[in-house]
Write a protein that binds this ligand. Sequence first.
Ligand SMILES: Cc1ncc(COP(=O)(O)O)c(C=O)c1O
Length: 422
Amino acid sequence: MDHRRPDRDSRRGDLPLLGTHGGLGCITPRFNIGLVATWRLLIYGFARLTAIPSEETRMHIESARPTAARFWIPSEAARLVGMKIHADLRSDTITLPSEAMKHAMLEAELGDDVLGDEPTVLKLQDAVADLFGKEAACFVPSGTMANQAAIRAHTQPGDEIVTHRDNHIYLYESGAWAAISGCSIRLLDGAGGQFSAEDVEAAVQHKDAHFPNSALLVAENTHNRGGGTIWPMERTEAVTAMARRHGMRCHLDGARIWNACAATGIEPAEYARCFDTVSACFSKGLGCPVGSIVAGDRESIHRVHRIRKLLGGTMRQSGMLAAACLHAMEHNRARLADDHRRARRLADAIVDIPGLEPGPAPVETNIVYFDVPGEADGFSERLDAAGIRMFAVGPRTMRAVLNLMVDDDGIDRTIEVLRTLV
Ligand SMILES: Cc1ncc(COP(=O)(O)O)c(C=O)c1O
């Protein structure tokens, strides 16, 4: 009997053991329960020890420095050992596509996007360009590629980018602004990930051959590390007007621009009019499995399209993904208000729990930061054991991100667990 071939010689109900030597090929059903339990425990332990960190986890590990490295329990391992997750608040990227979204994906009309005849991608790009009041748009696999393709489209090697020190493009995109675009970066400060027109003016380099050319301003709205904060319209206008006065181009990292629009009622085109290009993600609050986009003037998007190719980001029958994005734009934008309402409920409860300290920024959208007594790492592990998942993002700081997988009961349970843990 070949023990590596589970389909051969194993009796119904028996558990085939892969790759064993000797006579342990099959065992009786009586021992199966114990063996399955042991097997699950082994997988669980193995998964804990070998967990390959996701993009978000890596972001978390980066932001958690200099706290000690830890291992994270992947959801699959939690499922195998039967742990119930009441609320997964690690990120708004953890969402799974709904049945209706999957149906839209299956029904999508398809072509070949590299050959330029992918009808659903073309439809999405046109719809998003219209929504942002821009001439064109380019569908890309990720928010990182959207930002970095835009940066490359607006700059030459040796140019300088002006941005906030807590912006995603600087902290969490693998230094791509240097690696892909060959730029230097000038970092600004300011509460909630925002800076002023005066900050921009002070950061601009003299037009002298000694200095890098200040070429591009990048803002992030809503601001992730700032606490999901929304850039006020007047400030957005002032900083971008100042950048233009100095001959700079402007890019908006609008990964969560949908949240800003849902919270303020301001149209996407209104925010976008201040910028040459805007990136937006479908794979965060809108709940798609994959997909981001860059919208802008025709010339910039033509360059983004070339850079997407250079970065290996072209896709073929990507209409299946674009269909999910179109579905999400129609069905999931208005419901972001529910995430915001639940985030505020959680934040209000945190104020009333002795020992917990709310983050510095008021909760305006779906992100809640708070400090815990003692080590955030340990707190996160205790939350995890109670079926509530959140990232520790600093020595004492936790982050909860509301998303479409967390309902009112999930928030009730989260508040209950927080009360018992401190
Ligand atoms: C503000 C912001 N921009 C860009 C990104 C990058 O998106 P992606 O993970 O799709 O590369 C993220 C991801 O969390 C983000 O929060």
